[in-house]
Design a protein around this ligand. Sequence first.
Ligand code: PLP
Length: 236
Amino acid sequence: MIKDNLISVEKNIVRACEKSGRSLEDVTLIAVSKTKPVELLMEAYDAGIREFGENKVQELVDKYEVMPKDINWHMIGHLQTNKVKYIIDKACLIHGVDSLKLAQEISRQAVKHSVTANILVEINIGDEDTKFGVADSGAAELVNEIAKLPGISIKGLMAIAPYVDDPEENRQYFVKMRNLAVDITSQLDDNITDDMVSLRELSMGMTGDYTVAVEEGATYVRVGTGIFGERDYSKL
Ligand SMILES: *Cc1c(COP(=O)(O)O)cnc(C)c1O
């Protein structure tokens, strides 16, 4: 079942790339496995998936310990400052950085563990009260501040678009993200080098809207339900 789901998600990504003239290598599918048991993740692994996304620190760590070591783990959830230390050497990319305070702790832990933390700055692209993320108007300033911290490399931007019935409604936000990355890049301080900031990555698009996100430039799509089925939070 998971293998079939993966085949259809991958087909949709291919089609979105063809439609928009993008190259398939520029899009990475992250299988969002939160709440799902290791057996199901292993089905995805056996079908070729090596990128997994989790939104809870404990769950990421638990799965990291028992699953094969050639997996790239993406921390896609809101990260609390006091939990950074548990994932600093386990997550390949931290998607949801939206404050200087969190970035400072990531920097501190990265230096302590002698690693470079790859991060994305989260944008509240739909300007929703219920969402984390920095407002687009404050994003350039935050990127410039975080860039100066040791042990951190800013790879791009991340957003959770509004929940909508018709994915076309979110196209405007994906376009806004693409333009924002260009805009912020033009506002980077002179002394910022490419290894400190290069906003190449756009993490956007979920089960409901990933094809539109790919058409508008997503380099990471985060798909959970479309691969693993509905989540059941009642058993947690
Ligand atoms: C859960 C989650 C997803 C996946 O959502 P689906 O709609 O199940 O694809 C993507 N991104 C983030 C940040 C999430 O928390």
